[in-house]
Design a protein around this ligand. Sequence first.
Ligand SMILES: [Zn+2]
Length: 222
Amino acid sequence: MTRASISLGFIVDIHDNPVTTTWLEESVNRYDLVAVGGDIGDLSLLYKVVDFAVDKPVFIVLGNHDHPAREVFASKNVLHGTSTKFGGYTIGGLGGSLPVQGGPLELDETEYFVLSKNLGPVDVLISHQPPINTKTDLSYDSSTETGTRNFGSVAIRKYIEDTQPLVALVGHVHESPGIDMIGKTVVVNPGPFMTGNYAEIKLLNREKPTVELRSTEIRGAR
Ligand SMILES: [Zn+2]
């Protein structure tokens, strides 16, 4: 049975924000489901977040900066080309990013094609790397005529076009917070939690989810 309505809190690009665990503790009481979209930070915070998620409706994907430790992937709350069920919804995750700075978890387009094919259709996609050509993946690139470029993935866009999740929760491109549509899929980049940004999503059965971009009062050190 799919519940009529589920509330969801989403953070991404945490980059060692010291208020992360406080936000998580508050958010598991406030929301039915919490999604963490990667670039969590150093290993100690990564382990803290993964440990916190055990037996809670908190689902995590790793970012390109997160160390892909084996014991982290062993957690059933960490999704990477895998999915889980919650309240009748299927939640799936794609970790890492396209190659940027030689981070510990980088995948090329071919690897994203394979990973997303293996994932199969989901209702909620959590993907650190955004799809290409939306309001959520635009950043600066001095080598282009416009000075900007879309940094998203072709493979992830194709996956979203083909399978149409209700919502795709993305990040990675800090400069491009926003909400956009790919067909019926709402694509959400809340902007980095490093500076307190997060998103609130309401899943309304199979209808278009509502999304609000918010900023927390509990600020990080940066
Ligand atoms: Zn980041």
